[in-house]
Design a protein around this ligand. Structure first.
Ligand code: ADP
Ligand code: MG
Length: 686
């Protein structure tokens, strides 16, 4: 019987229960799953060479004869190796196989094999380590570009490639063409079947490039369409409009006049919440630009309309900080403000939740705890999330789900994101930018220094502490080539060394990501309270902590960080009236890395820095792992595939203008794929 897309892989020959479980671990249950599981890389098994002519360091195929029986030796327990002498007309080499004892019998003396791998060593002592061998009369993957897949225990690449070969041959033609014909022609996109065949088994580089382009475009197209659909759905939802009282009443509560940018963003927000559909707005503003006041205005508007507001922050510390600054401010206007974190327990928690459910609270500030079960609002009208990049689309949706009608949503973010990207990531939101800092800030002076200036840097720390200031010293959490544990130990030993050898007379504290939230907050609170002079930390302080007396930020191994991340770190100082400094310590001699860091000495514009970052670091690095909370992409890289992204965005826009809800029958397959991409976020579309 012919194989179909929906057939289970465990019905194929050679796939028993154990292998089926392995495949399932990789997310592969059906033939279609396998077709949509794209190779991580490829091995070019088309290039042949000889023992004498083989280039060093580039893998090649060699046709070699096994000259004598392979020898097995046991180096120590758990390490066995097989050595074989292989020859061709031009010379001989030694192949070594680690922990592949079966190679002793698999390689038969006198037989010829196609051996693929890197040849190392000088002529006369040429060798290969763990090469791949196929008997020359039974080659399966020689002469082609072989796909290399992500693997798991018990599933070898040969097994997957073999399965893929069969599934692609028999089923690639059954894949539905999802992209409309005119769109494919306009953007020169390969057909679905060709793309599937060529992404797994490309005929040549050109075919692979065509396939990749089509698949990347396709994925980004689904993503953009999906975000746009989410947005349309919200725009069509019936919100509960707020009435807007005179803004002067709110301004009278504040200790300082607002900046023009803050006022503009507040006006944009007021226009949103007073219109029909619920607000969905992102407020982007550099660290220190005063986003909290915009949030306060939102909470005030909600309360004036008799509705409740929830403000969610990513850490307990930040939630408490918001509570401390907002509660006194808003209580002047009669708002009742509560704080809910994991630390609020027992009777206090019960009373707080009862007040919330009874409508006796106007603003509840908290952490993820706001999402937990049992947190019920009497009438939630506005949801605000702070430092959005720590939350995802899904959490935003979960909080909104606690409202009876779709609430207004306000998202605050300090992460400056280049425009093209923000269109995708926040494609479902309107964007406001606070592009002005409150007056009277002196820009942080930034320096890049090498190891030779270390003692001077320590001297500078001591001088500022002598003047009553405090300092942060940030170490990278994970060091290259070491696991996370080792990296953390580096921060720990660093802090110890600093305390015992460099600053025995100063109070040195340590905070890192592996500490319990409670411990972390205790240290941060001590630092904020002036009980520590120097705080050694990993990047956990990155998010929004406000310690106005801290005037120095030192970053060790600064070259390990992205520019945007360094900019965020730098934003931790310069929050008070004191001249502040940022010292980036690096031992790199790489001129490019140095030039990159120098960007920070020249500008404090977060958006410009983000653009630089993207340009200089290139693909992949812009976001931490999935911090954006978007669906997981299979092949596209948001930062790396910018050109295709722009194209896909335009195409999505055009299509959605013609068929806003993708309701036409010919777009049904497209809609299905979009839902599939967003599936992991639950029923966002239902
Ligand atoms: P962020 O945008 O990083 O969240 P905050 O809202 O925490 O910034 O504001 C940073 C600091 O600036 C706070 O101490 C806040 O009170 C102060 N601030 C905010 N707006 C103004 C303003 N218009 N004038 C003076 N100070 C302000
Ligand atoms: Mg903030």
């Amino acid at each position: 019987m012919a194989l179909r897309l929906a057939d289970r892989l465990d019905t194929l020959p050679g796939i028993g229960p154990a292998r089926a479980r392995g495949l399932e671990k990789l997310g592969l249950v059906t033939v279609e799953d396998l077709l949509r599981c794209y190779p991580r890389s490829y091995e070019d098994r088309r290039k042949f060479s000889t023992v004498a002519a083989a280039p060093v360091d580039i893998p090649v195929c060699l046709e070699l004869l096994v000259a004598e029986p392979p020898r097995l030796s046991r180096i120590r327990k758990g390490l066995e190796l097989v050595k074989a002498r292989l020859v061709d007309d031009t010379g001989s080499l030694t192949a070594t196989f680690f922990n592949q004892t079966y190679m002793k019998d698999a390689l038969r003396p006198g037989e010829t094999y196609i051996v693929y791998g890197k040849v190392e060593g000088p002529p006369g002592r040429r060798q290969m380590t763990n090469p791949v061998c196929e008997r020359s009369d039974r080659v399966r993957f020689t002469g082609c570009i072989l796909p290399v897949y992500a693997l798991t225990h018990g599933i070898s690449n040969n097994l997957l490639a073999g399965l893929a070969r069969r599934c692609v041959d028999e089923c690639a033609g059954q894949l539905e063409e999802v992209l409309p014909g005119p769109l494919r022609r306009e953007h020169a996109l390969a057909a679905a079947e060709f793309a599937c065949r060529s992404i797994h088994f490309p005929r040549d580089e050109e075919a692979l490039e065509l396939a990749r382009r089509r698949l990347i475009f396709e994925e980004l197209f689904y993503l953009t369409c999906g975000m746009a659909l989410l947005r349309t759905r919200r725009d069509e939802a019936a919100g509960v409009p707020f009435a807007i009282p005179p803004v002067e009443e709110f301004l009278a509560l504040l200790p300082f006049p607002l900046t023009g940018a803050q006022r503009r963003v507040m006006d944009e927000m007021a226009a949103d919440v007073s219109a029909g559909p619920p607000m969905n707005r992102l407020v982007q503003g550099d660290v220190g630009s005063g986003k909290t006041m915009v949030a306060a205005y939102g909470a005030w508007l909600a309360a004036k309309n008799g509705r409740q507001c929830a403000l969610m922050a990513p850490t307990e510390l930040l939630a408490e900080q918001h509570f401390r600054s907002l509660a006194p401010l808003l209580e002047q206007a009669g708002l009742r403000v509560g704080l809910l974190t994991g630390a609020v327990k027992g009777k206090a928690r019960k009373e707080l939740l009862a007040a919330l459910a009874a409508g006796e609270l106007d603003l509840l500030i908290g952490t993820h705890a706001l999402l937990s079960e049992g947190v019920d609002y009497a009438d939630l009208g506005l949801v605000i999330t702070d430092e959005q990049h720590r939350f995802g689309v899904a959490q935003r949706a979960a909080l909104s789900a606690k409202a009876r009608q779709p609430p207004h949503v306000l998202v605050l973010s300090a992460t400056p994101i280049p425009r093209t990207l923000s269109l995708v990531i926040y494609g479902d939101l309107d964007v406001s930018v606070i592009d002005e800092l409150p007056p009277g800030r002196t820009p942080v002076q930034t320096f890049v220094v090498g190891e030779d200036k270390r003692q001077r840097m320590y001297g500078f720390v001591r001088k500022l502490v002598g003047e009553g200031r405090q300092a942060y010293i940030v170490c990278p959490a994970v060091e290259e080539g070491e696991d996370e544990g080792a990296g953390l130990k580096a921060a720990t030993t660093y802090a110890q060394g600093l305390q015992t050898e460099v600053f025995p007379d100063l109070r040195v504290g340590l905070v890192h990501g592996k500490m319990k939230p409670r411990e972390k907050d205790a240290v941060m609170t001590a630092f904020a309270g002036g009980e520590l002079d120097v705080l050694v930390s990993t990047t956990v302080i990155e998010v929004g902590v406000d310690v106005p007396n801290a005037a120095l930020m030192v970053v060790e191994n600064a070259d390990r960080f992205g520019l945007s991340q360094l900019h965020q770190l730098r934003g931790r100082v310069g929050r008070g009236k004191h001249q502040s400094y940022c010292v980036l310590v690096t031992s790199t001699r790489n001129p490019d890395s140095r030039a990159r860091l120098k960007v920070l000495t020249k500008t404090t514009d977060g958006f410009q820095i983000a653009e630089e970052d993207l340009k200089l670091r290139g693909p992949g690095d812009f976001f931490g792992q999935r911090q954006h909370g978007l669906p997981q992409l299979r092949i596209a890289d948001l930062a790396g595939d910018m050109r295709v992204l722009k194209e896909a965005q335009l195409a999505a826009q055009e299509l959605l203008e013609r068929d806003p809800g993708l309701k036409r029958p010919e777009h049904a397959p497209l809609l299905k794929q979009i839902h599939r991409l967003f599936e992991q976020h639950g029923d966002m579309f239902n």
